[in-house]
Design a protein around this ligand. Structure first.
Ligand code: GDP
Ligand code: MG
Length: 599
């Protein structure tokens, strides 16, 4: 391949601005696939959950041949990226393998928080950035406002902006031309020692681990002996190729190419994203600059609703891990719930995705315990311990103080919502560190806040107080001192260990009340009265009662029509699968998750 005809680029944008749809149009325009029946939307979003939720979780790569107006056929390597903060590490991987980025902006929304965050990331890697205004077909499109923001907020050239509709395909040809003209071909030489950057990997049941890489220098050839420099493991190259809508084999990947390599690696965990592949002979002296390790920030335990399903849960987790190196886990056990796993997640969305996959792909009913961040606890005897499980929180008498992780949040909002957002941030223990008027109508708020406050419900609250208009992004800034207590939940006097949580003392009263009310709403009436209590140390801080049901109410349901009765019974059986016995009380799976939410 002639690398002067190669263009490596990614599409970055705030969530929902149309990256995946635009990628579809590219693939379609390039006539890369033969249409079989109605075309599927979001072709690159291959996981079921991605399709249903309309979010992109894994970055995907695809090579698109394009014959430009100059008559030459270019090879465009496109990497689609996710937009949600939980998965921002996927974006940084994608960016490192490209020379250019299309920064997509929704014409009806304008610049949002992750537009900025992604722009900064692309600038750090010196990418050529092409501003793209998408959704110009919408009646609410405000192209002039977007052009102004591109100039004023982003410091990019409004004249270089390409206007498109990923929905209708308008402007996509112009965008192809802009990519060819504005983005530089990859540098790097075939004659230098091999340096190929691993930017992703996925697991294929038949082929094993498929490593996604970008060759910066040298040639990655079938049959050669290679070494992964950071993990320092040797492999033999079994196959290399390009991504089309599937894998297309070739003999070698050259400097500038984006493609895959199969080397007989057995599990995803053996591959470090950010590692450099080089040859054993004539090895590169240095690895390419790698990536930061991805660290989980939310911890929770998973238990099967039916303890007999434990073995199935073991295999489900192992299978998920094959394809999701960011999921970490270890064995765990609970008095209330039996055997399970303590897991680490990138954020609440990641947790929900894992939950859905276990339930959907493996048909298992599971419960999650209250998610927690990782705290640093300083003991009176000088020991310093990390705690992410409320059950491991030491006796408060022995604790000197605790620290919790903080973030800096960057919120962009129309100015009329500033007041309500400030109130919300203060309620979440936020401290304002900046407030900038981007223009007459929009404000950027900068806040330092505890991560724990942001994880669990901040996003929904922010959207509701700003009628959906505010957007936010955050990054971890480190640990700060906090005042932590452990709150236990008792059901009919029995502590349910899986519902214990670590909370800020100042919010504990309110939190206890919320949790008890929530549980009251989720636990169905049973034969006897149920008391739900929140306790800190020996003190009950809140209490709710669920009254026993009256027999006649159910009797009525069972009268009459036989098929209706059968349906009801089946529904009940289905419901039972999702119930967990704690002492003598049946707690539905939904109750465990409901504890996290509060309005
Ligand atoms: P992503 O999160 O950036 O990958 O965004 P998606 O590609 O999933 O698009 C988000 C939503 O916007 C989907 O409902 C798309 O159908 C819609 N969308 C994307 N591009 C356009 C467009 O050009 N015009 C209109 N009207 N809708 C679009
Ligand atoms: Mg997407």
């Amino acid at each position: 391949a002639d690398s002067t005809l190669t263009r490596n680029f990614c599409i970055i944008a705030h969530i929902d601005h149309g990256k995946s749809t635009l990628a579809d149009r590219f693939i379609e325009k390039a006539k890369l696939y033969v249409s079989r029946g109605p075309a599927q939307d979001q072709i690159l979003d291959t996981m079921d959950i991605e399709r249903e939720r309309g979010i992109t979780i894994k970055s995907q790569a695809v090579t698109i041949p394009y014959t430009a107006k100059d008559g030459k056929t270019y090879e465009l390597n496109l990497v689609d990226t996710p937009g949600h903060v939980d998965f921002s590490y996927e974006v940084s991987r994608a960016i490192s393998s490209c020379e250019g980025a299309l920064l997509v902006i929704d014409a009806s929304q304008g610049v949002e928080a992750q537009t900025l965050a992604n722009l900064y990331m692309a600038m750090e890697h010196n990418l050529t950035i092409i501003p793209v205004i998408n959704k110009i077909d919408l009646p609410s499109a405000d192209i002039d406002a977007c052009l102004h923001q591109i100039d004023h907020d982003l410091g990019l050239e409004p004249e270089e902006t390409v206007l498109v509709s990923a929905k209708t395909g308008a402007g996509v040809d112009e965008l192809f031309e802009a990519i060819v003209k504005q983005i530089n071909p990859p540098e790097g030489k075939d004659s230098l020692p091999l340096q190929a950057l691993i930017f992703d990997s996925h697991y294929d049941a038949y082929r094993g681990v498929i490593v996604h890489c970008r060759v910066f220098n040298g040639i990655l050839e079938v049959g050669s002996e290679v070494r992964f420099m950071h993990t320092d493991t040797p492999y033999k190259v079994e196959e290399v190729g390009f991504f089309q809508l599937g894998l297309v084999k070739t003999d070698a990947l050259h400097a500038g190419d984006v493609g895959y390599v199969i080397t007989g690696v057995k599990t995803i965990s053996d591959v470090r994203v950010g590692d450099t592949i080089t040859t054993v002979k004539n090895a590169a002296k240095n690895p390419l600059p790698g990536f930061k390790d991805v660290k989980p920030v939310v911890f929770s335990s998973i238990y099967p609703v039916d303890t007999n399903d434990y073995e199935e849960l073991v295999s489900a987790i192992e299978r998920l891990k094959l394809n999701d190196a960011s999921l970490i886990y270890e064995k765990d056990s609970s008095a209330a719930l039996g055997f399970g796993f303590r897991c680490g997640f990138l954020g609440m969305l990641h947790l929900e995705v894992v939950q859905e996959r276990i339930e959907r792909e493996f048909g298992l009913s599971i419960v999650f315990t209250s998610p927690s961040v990782k705290y640093i606890v300083h003991m009176k005897n000088g020991d310093v311990i990390n705690i992410d499980n409320p059950l491991e929180y030491p006796d408060p008498m022995r604790v000197e103080y605790a620290e919790e992780p903080f973030i800096q949040a960057n919120i962009i909002t129309p100015s009329q919502f500033v007041g309500s957002l400030i109130t919300l941030c203060m309620e979440k223990r936020g401290v304002q560190v900046g407030m900038n008027y981007l223009d007459e109508k929009r404000v950027e708020l900068l806040y330092e806040m505890p991560l724990s406050e942001v994880l669990f419900e901040f996003y929904d609250r922010m959207k509701s107080v700003s009628r959906g208009y505010a957007s936010f992004d955050y990054q971890l800034i480190g640990y700060k001192r906090t005042d932590l207590v452990r709150m236990d939940i008792l059901v009919n006097g029995e502590p349910v260990d899986a519902l214990s949580q670590l909370v800020f003392r100042g919010s504990s009263q309110l939190r206890g009340k919320q949790v008890c009310e929530r549980l009251k709403g989720e636990i169905p009436r049973q034969q006897y009265k149920i008391a739900i209590q929140a306790a800190i140390g020996g003190t009950i801080v809140s209490r709710e009662t669920i009254n026993a049901f009256r027999k006649d109410v159910t009797a009525k349901c069972y009268g009459g029509d036989i098929s209706r009765k059968r349906k009801l019974l089946e529904k009940q059986k289905e419901g039972k699968k999702r119930m967990k016995m704690v002492g003598n009380v049946e707690i539905p799976q939904s109750a465990f998750l409901a504890v996290l939410k509060s309005d």
